[in-house]
Ligand binder design. Sequence first.
Ligand code: K2U
Ligand code: ZN
Length: 175
Amino acid sequence: MAIREILTVPDPRLKEVSKPVEGGVTDEIRALMDDMLETMYDAPGIGLAAIQVGVPLRVIVMDLAKEGKEPQPRYFVNPEILPLTEDMAPYEEGCLSVPDIFDEVERPTECRVRYLDYDGFKVDEVATGMYAVCIQHEMDHLEGTLFIDHLSRLKRQRAIDKVKKAKRLHARESA
Ligand code: K2U
Ligand code: ZN
């Protein structure tokens, strides 16, 4: 397993639409998900899409276990979601690809999720609560969409400028 670099805005690769995994859940795809999970835990985060480590494939990992509790890793290959309600709820989202920026995004409170699991078996389940928020956030990544793209143009640009400034400062300090 390995910790990979997480892409941050304004990296253009984050806007790519990820492609479906062909040929099923192979050892290579499992190795990718192992790396993604290790990278997510190290960040730390509770979800991660493959495009965030530069791999444009429809793969997501997640762990919603509370701090100090037994990890509950979840693996999603070629996930599909379907909103199950018109009820929307706001949540203060963040993103490992838009570090230190948090803002409210409204999303459907429930969605159906269909995917292949770590062993390649089909799963079809309903996501509610934090699971619904996180899977929709990650599914956005597979379409090249970031949570800041749901904000106003001004708020989005300010977020990108803030991340770019922080990266410049970090680079100067590391020089
Ligand atoms: O995609 C990512 O960057 C992972 C996000 C997933 C996430 C975003 C918004 C809401 C829920 C999950 C990271 O985990 S961001 C860090 C974080 C950690 C705990 C709760 C919210 C955000
Ligand atoms: Zn994100």
